[in-house]
Design a protein around this ligand. Structure first.
Ligand SMILES: O=P(O)(O)OC[C@H]1O[C@H](OP(=O)(O)OP(=O)(O)O)[C@H](O)[C@@H]1O
Ligand SMILES: O=c1cc[nH]c(=O)[nH]1
Ligand SMILES: [Mg+2]
Length: 211
């Protein structure tokens, strides 16, 4: 069966934690903790079709063939800064995964992404790449980051965010129809400054207390 695109991962645990993240009174430390917890739940869904190999093990009773993840075949790509909030929890689940970083900030006037850093593991074409950034607003940052990952040779990519605007989903899926989007929620719209409404504000600033 074809996956829907985007996939909205709206488990009650995620919905509840996201509500607390949205509240303006939630502290920086609580915000970070909740994002990490949600990232585990999102990872559970996005990694659902990860391939396993089979190894022979010995239980206390007999030998058996048992499934094992090929963690090194997986590459998480964090779109800095806010992407690190999703990355940390995912790495807890798959500690042997490789990690790439694409550093982008969104110019507040043009809303165009400005790249300041890029580092990906070798043999990216052999790996499943999971690009992570909590916010898909205009979609310009995620579309640019995924283009950079493709330019480096990746062919199997998924994109995971926490909150998406309809405008961002449209822009991203037009640019990358082959890259499925996973999100915890789709909000109403963007405001005149490109912020997701009702949203949760600036994810990076709320994670690191920079505003
Ligand atoms: O879909 P877009 O309109 O491009 O907006 C989304 C981008 O904006 C935020 O990053 P920001 O530029 O605030 O950088 P930061 O992560 O360093 O805070 C967010 O983490 C995304 O990367
Ligand atoms: O609402 C938004 C839009 C872009 N970036 C954010 O962190 N929040
Ligand atoms: Mg920010």
């Amino acid at each position: 069966m074809e996956h829907p695109n985007p996939v909205v991962v709206d488990h009650p645990l995620i919905r509840h934690k996201l509500t607390i993240m949205r509240e303006a009174t939630t502290t920086t430390s609580k915000f970070r903790m909740l994002l990490r917890e949600i990232s585990l739940l999102l990872a559970y869904e996005v990694l659902r079709d990860l391939e396993c190999t089979s190894i022979e093990i010995e239980t206390p009773l007999e030998r058996m063939q048992a499934p094992k993840l090929e963690g090194k075949k997986l590459c998480f790509v964090s779109i800095l800064r806010a992407g690190n909030g999703l990355l940390d929890g995912m790495l807890d689940l798959v500690p042997s995964a490789r990690v790439g970083h694409v550093g982008l900030y969104r110019d507040p006037k043009s809303l165009e992404p400005v790249e300041y850093y890029m580092k990906l593991p070798e043999h990216i074409g052999d790996r499943l790449c999971i690009a992570v950034d909590p916010m898909l607003a205009t979609g310009n940052s995620a579309a640019a980051a995924v283009q950079r990952i493709k330019d480096a040779g990746a062919t199997r990519i998924k994109f995971v965010c926490l909150l998406a605007a309809p405008e961002g989903i449209a822009t991203f899926t037009k640019a990358h129809p082959d890259v499925p989007v996973y999100t915890a929620a789709i909000d109403r719209e963007l405001n005149d400054h490109g912020y997701i409404m009702p949203g949760l504000g600036d994810a990076g600033d709320r994670m690191y207390g920079t505003k």
